[in-house]
Write a protein that binds this ligand. Structure first.
Ligand code: SF4
Length: 444
């Protein structure tokens, strides 16, 4: 959290960054226990972090580490984690999106040292066709570009109100830079906004989204559209064509969370390209938001791409040439198929990944580094859990907003545990020591 000022009582008061979702809202006000401007889930998360991270006068902070349900000193827990990783056949490092860029870099150092697979659990790494950007490129823009220029915003088979709660308030429900109001249209099952003078909901079943994008592209390009088209699809395409034709600048907001093959994202890229032949147009791709495992998915993708040439699905971390296997080496498949027997988790995971880990029972060992104040229990299997500083109120470093904008965090209050990055560096150093390697090296 960012804290520009401290009031006379010593209570942090000022504008802060919320790290509960990839929107990374930087206008949150915290004053004592009061949290202003955050959405309901954001306020709930920050309020809970404030309550958890406060050590009562005369009290002591929660334990630094646990092995299963038993608390133990940090040094011993690190040794247990080293033993676990050393005896594993193959390790996966995942959950990267909860950390800062600096923490993700430290996690990659650890992964390279132990030859682990690396995947943040992002949907694109699990798509059978691989990342859209590698197959077809992308025409995207920062969210302020949408706010200031797009006089038509199309919500394509997505609902940002649920996944990115303040996206509409901060970037859509404002006038354009020249003072005009924009039009919006939702295509798909969700209405996103109430129907009215400036918003239309074009109801369409989600499984028709690819066909709709392809037909609309044909219409915009002036090519023949099949006569056998589903009637509803034909109506939607005709109305969208009219709206796009009347607009000066078009933004299409999409979600990658329900596109297992990657066809929908591919069809949207080609649609946008065709529109750009006539007028400015771009895609605003959104991930799973609150439902995903962390606010820094863009940062995880950037660090992995820089080091291994791909955003995830890295079969073996190696800066001299990481092997990229989408839909093969993504975190969920590696766990489901029993291809890893130990997992290093930093921060929080999506529900699907947590379930995959639980399903492996005692066949999987776990090193979990997160800010939970209590052990995250599993019915079976060995778990070493290290407690780090709160990612919401006591973390410094850098994150990337989902559109790539850099956001700097400074702690709102003093941490009651070591930062995530520091614990990863300590764990890496302990592994090096156990292997008789020098402590130096491993930095980018
Ligand atoms: S929209 Fe996201 S980042 Fe913004 S306050 Fe809500 S949870 Fe936090």
């Amino acid at each position: 959290m960012k804290q520009p000022s401290t009031d006379s009582s010593g209570t942090g008061a000022g504008q802060c960054v919320c790290t509960a979702c990839p929107l990374l809202c930087d206008d949150i006000l915290i004053n004592g226990d009061r949290v202003d401007r955050a959405c309901v889930p954001g306020r709930k998360a920050i309020t809970a972090a404030l309550a958890c991270d406060r050590v009562p006068p005369g009290g002591s902070p929660p334990p630094e580490a646990w092995e299963n349900a038993r608390s133990l000193p940090l040094g011993i827990a690190l040794q247990r984690a080293v033993e676990m990783l050393s005896s594993a056949r193959r390790v996966l490092v995942t959950g990267l999106a909860s950390g800062t860029l600096e923490a993700i870099t430290a996690a990659c150092d650890l992964a390279e040292l132990i030859g682990a697979a690396v995947d943040a659990g992002l949907p694109e790494s699990a798509q059978a066709a691989g990342p859209t950007i590698a197959r077809a490129g992308e025409v995207t823009a920062v969210w302020e570009e949408l706010r200031d220029r797009a006089d038509l915003v199309v919500f394509w088979n997505c609902d940002p109100a649920g996944s990115h709660p303040r996206f509409l308030e901060r970037f859509v429900a404002l006038p354009l830079a020249d003072g005009r109001w924009r039009r919006t249209v939702a295509v798909g099952p969700d209405s996103v906004l109430p129907d009215g003078a400036t918003h239309r909901h074009l109801v369409l079943a989600g499984d028709l989204a690819v066909e709709a994008a392809r037909c609309l592209q044909l219409r915009i390009a002036g090519r023949h559209v099949p006569d056998t088209l589903d009637e509803r699809l034909a109506i939607v395409c005709a109305e969208l064509h009219e709206l796009i034709h009347a607009a000066n600048c078009v933004a299409i907001v999409t979600s990658s969370s329900d596109d297992p093959v990657g066809l929908e994202s591919w069809s949207i890229v080609h649609l946008i390209r065709t529109i750009t032949h006539e007028k400015p147009a771009f895609q605003i791709p959104l991930g799973g938001g609150l439902a995903d495992g962390g606010a820094n998915a863009a940062g995880a993708a950037a660090v992995c791409t820089w080091r291994y040439g791909a955003a995830g699905g890295i079969a073996r971390a190696d800066r001299m040439g990481g092997l990229f296997l989408p839909a093969e080496s993504d975190a969920r498949r590696l766990i489901d198929r029993g291809e890893v027997d130990a997992v290093v988790v930093m921060g929080r995971l999506s529900g699907l990944l947590e379930q995959a880990i639980a399903d492996r029972g005692d066949a999987l060992s776990l090193v979990r580094i997160c800010d939970a104040q209590e052990p995250v229990l599993r019915p079976f299997g060995q778990t070493v859990q290290l407690r780090c500083a709160s990612g919401l109120i006591a973390t410094s470093g850098t994150m990337l907003r989902e559109d790539g904008r850099r956001v700097v965090l400074t702690p709102h209050q003093t941490a009651t545990a070591a930062p995530l990055r520091e614990l990863l560096v300590d764990l890496t150093a302990a592994v090096r020591l156990a292997r008789g390697l020098s402590a130096a090296g491993g930095r980018p």
